[in-house]
Design a protein around this ligand. Structure first.
Ligand code: AMP
Ligand code: GLY
Length: 424
């Protein structure tokens, strides 16, 4: 098969690595890709927003399947347009991608189907929003309805912080995404990411992970796209997993089908594990980044037939196998991320780092210049390792990090701390 993979992050490098290993893959093309993906596949510079150009490329290159990594093209309807042109595409349609594209849509769906989630109310102007916040008190969570690249959620510790967030969102600094705001009850507990593969009708659990969203050690500093992750999540035991499927994922699939927008693709549930059981914080309509990197390291089965079965509605009797080991990834980012950072600094020592047993390095914002690898983004590298315990995976990953010579980069030094504490 000829496969086109859209995206250029660590998530897409991990997907490319896994798909390149499939006996079903004849030709793998990534658009736009990065320097690491260029070692697994051909990379081409295509504009993901130009659907007509993508369709023309797929026809010219006899693409059998398009795999979409990030959420923005999904919410823009790339799957609808490819499928309408007769090209198979993995991922949800625009209507189904509203599970990530509109927080209000998802909250209403939860309410209508008794899916456990935080209590909430939707608003379209600042004054009633503030009145509601005053009535309910802090801590309270303020969310922009639309896609806001990680900037749309404020967990306000006091009323003043909530009011500032409300003014910021309605003030237009998030654009259209902030035209509507959802105010939510603050949930107490420990978070986990749960992934399911869906075909419109059936969902099969993939695996679980925990992310580290804050920039610095000790879970402090600004929110990021994710500074490291491990899989499986130790706070999701088999009983909790069964509850997530029965109480959250399956009712969502049924509801989406009933409204004529059957959900296909990866459904990523951000969960809070509370004393009352798992509650949905939010849905994403794609793999997590960096969670995908650790999932792909643990996936024993071939990924390509699974993606095809999702697209073709054939997941009913599908079975995926996983390595029992823990996978852990440490993200290396450019100094200054998630704020301003410089591009173009040289990264050395990648081959020495990757030579360590059970270590895999996935690139994110990198580009090649001759034989050199240069930083070309905020999150730049994902240094991943497998281990018999979280502690062992962590030790291997940091041994690899120590071999990478990149003075302009930084990483957290405590990825996995929660799970390691549990193991002790
Ligand atoms: P994001 O993934 O950017 O939407 O970030 C959302 C983050 O905000 C989650 O990972 C939680 O840490 C936090 N959060 C969102 N909603 C709630 C809630 N209702 N209660 C507590 N924390 C929340
Ligand atoms: N790591 C969080 C996300 O992919 O949304």
């Amino acid at each position: 098969m000829n496969i086109l993979l859209l995206g250029s992050g660590g998530r897409e490098h991990a997907l490319a690595w896994k798909m390149a290993a499939s006996p079903l893959t004849d030709r793998l093309i990534c658009a736009p890709g990065n320097a690491g993906m260029a070692r697994e596949a051909e990379c081409v510079a295509l504009d993901l927003a130009d659907h007509a150009a993508l369709i023309a490329f797929c026809r010219a290159n006899r693409i059998d399947l398009v795999v979409v990594g990030p959420e923005a093209p999904l919410c823009a309807g790339i799957v609808d347009d490819l499928e309408a042109a007769g090209i198979k595409a993995f991922g949800p349609t625009r209507a189904a991608a509203r599970l990530e594209g509109s927080k209000g849509f998802t909250k209403d769906l939860c309410r209508a189907n008794a899916i456990p989630t935080a209590a909430y109310k939707r608003f379209r102007s600042p004054d009633p929003t503030k009145a509601y916040v005053h009535k309910h008190g802090a801590p309270i969570v303020i969310k922009a309805d639309g896609l806001a690249a990680g900037k749309g959620v404020v967990v306000a510790q006091d009323i003043a912080e909530a009011e500032t967030a409300i003014d910021m969102m309605f003030g237009g600094s998030l654009g259209e995404a902030g035209a509507e705001v959802v105010v939510e009850e603050f949930l107490q507990g420990e978070e986990a990411s749960f992934f399911a593969l869906c075909d419109g009708e059936t969902a099969i659990p993939l695996s679980t992970a925990q992310d580290h969203k804050r920039a610095f050690d000790g879970d402090v500093g600004p929110n990021t796209g994710g500074m490291g992750a491990y899989s499986p999540a130790p706070n999701i035991d088999p009983a909790t997993s069964a509850r997530v499927m029965a109480e959250i994922i399956e009712p969502t699939l049924r509801a989406m089908k009933t409204m004529g927008a059957p959900y296909k693709g990866v459904l990523y549930a951000g969960l809070m594990i509370t004393t009352d059981g798992p509650k949905l914080i939010e849905y994403n309509v794609r793999f997590g980044d960096p969670e995908c990197q650790v999932l792909m390291l643990r996936l024993m089965s071939d990924l390509v037939p699974a993606l095809l079965a999702s697209r073709d509605g054939m997941l009913k009797s599908f079975d995926l196998r996983w390595y029992p080991e823990t996978a852990l990834t440490v993200v290396m980012a450019a100094k200054g991320y998630p704020g301003n950072y410089a591009r173009g600094s040289v990264i050395d020592g990648l081959d020495e780092a990757a030579a360590i047993d059970a270590v895999e390095i996935f690139h994110a914002g990198t580009k090649a210049e001759g034989s050199r690898i240069l930083a070309n983004g905020g999150r730049v590298l994902n240094v991943c390792a497998l281990g018999g315990t979280v502690r062992e995976a962590q030790a291997r990953a940091y041994e690899a990090v120590a071999r990478i010579r990149w003075p302009d980069g930084f990483c957290r030094h405590d990825i996995g701390w929660r799970a390691v504490t549990r193991e002790k």
